[in-house]
Design a protein around this ligand. Structure first.
Ligand SMILES: [Fe+2]
Ligand SMILES: [Fe+2]
Length: 273
């Protein structure tokens, strides 16, 4: 039987205010989710210690010259062994076309958004969760800033703020808000990693910001979003996209916005220049 830590449970679903906004069905769902998660943690704790060996920064650094690509490159541009031929995009591409035809890493963001919706977060933050890592198709380095820029002309300010700053807040634990530093990052960045000065400075800025909670909510719903068995689709979010995403009538990439070229690069990643 898994014990319930009431404080951690409430923090995990976004705090007392989020709980107050949930109906009883949503609360029951959140509790079930919490228990599943506790169970997984309990099972993981029983694994031998050797299963939790993380690389150091120096060990990850030594891998650089073993690769034919750099870690920051977008997933549309560097696949496993060989890239696949892409389906042509329609003449006036919509956000949904990018989800359907240039998808990576859609599974992860769909799971994050589904969790945020289940936890009763605002539509602007559900949208932020849906879009928070989409730019990783194009570029992974500094993806919070690239991602916010990619969506800024089309989404509410709260949404782009949450996308931009989730990158920084993922490096900083906030147990009260329900965010524990992830083992995933110990593996990706090294167990002894220290974020660079621009991330540290951004964290200082965010700590006192009135919108701190928005990117924090993305990180809280991001962390548990890697379930290989979850069935997710963009369908449940079409209404939210319709209400909050200003789809340009000419199509993304054709609207002469300051970021149109970024969308075009995802439309034609095989173009040599
Ligand atoms: Fe991210
Ligand atoms: Fe993420």
């Amino acid at each position: 039987m898994v014990a319930i830590d009431r404080r951690a449970f409430i923090a995990g679903i976004g705090g007392a205010a989020a709980v107050a906004a949930m109906d009883s069905e949503a609360k029951a769902d959140a509790l079930e989710e919490y228990l599943d998660d506790q169970l997984e943690t309990a099972v993981a704790a029983k694994q031998p210690e050797t299963a939790k060996k993380f690389p150091t920064v120096a060990e990850l650094d030594a891998q650089i010259e073993t690769r034919t690509f750099r870690r920051g490159v977008g997933s549309l541009f560097a696949g496993g062994s060989k890239v696949k031929r892409l389906t042509a995009m329609p003449e006036k591409p919509t956000l949904l076309d990018y989800f359907n035809l240039r998808r990576a890493p859609a599974n992860h963001v769909l799971q994050s958004a589904a969790l945020a919706k289940k936890n009763g977060l605002s539509e602007e933050i559900v949208l932020a969760c849906l879009l928070h890592d989409v730019v990783q198709s194009l570029i992974k380095t500094d993806h919070g800033w690239w991602g916010a820029q990619l969506f800024e002309p089309y989404v509410p300010e709260k949404t782009s703020f949450a996308i931009r700053h989730h990158q920084t807040l993922r490096f900083y634990e906030d147990k009260e808000a329900g965010y524990v530093y992830p083992d995933l990052y110990r593996n990706m960045f090294g167990v002894d990693y220290v974020p660079p000065p621009h991330i540290q400075a951004n964290y200082t800025f965010l700590k006192n910001h009135k919108w701190y909670l928005y990117p924090r909510q993305v990180t809280v719903n991001d962390l548990y979003a890697f379930d290989p068995n979850a069935k997710v689709s963009v369908e449940p979010f079409i209404d939210i996209i319709g209400r909050h995403f200003k789809q340009p009538k000419e199509g993304l990439g054709n609207d002469n916005s300051p970021v149109a070229h970024m969308w075009r690069s995802m439309t034609r990643p095989d173009s040599p220049l």
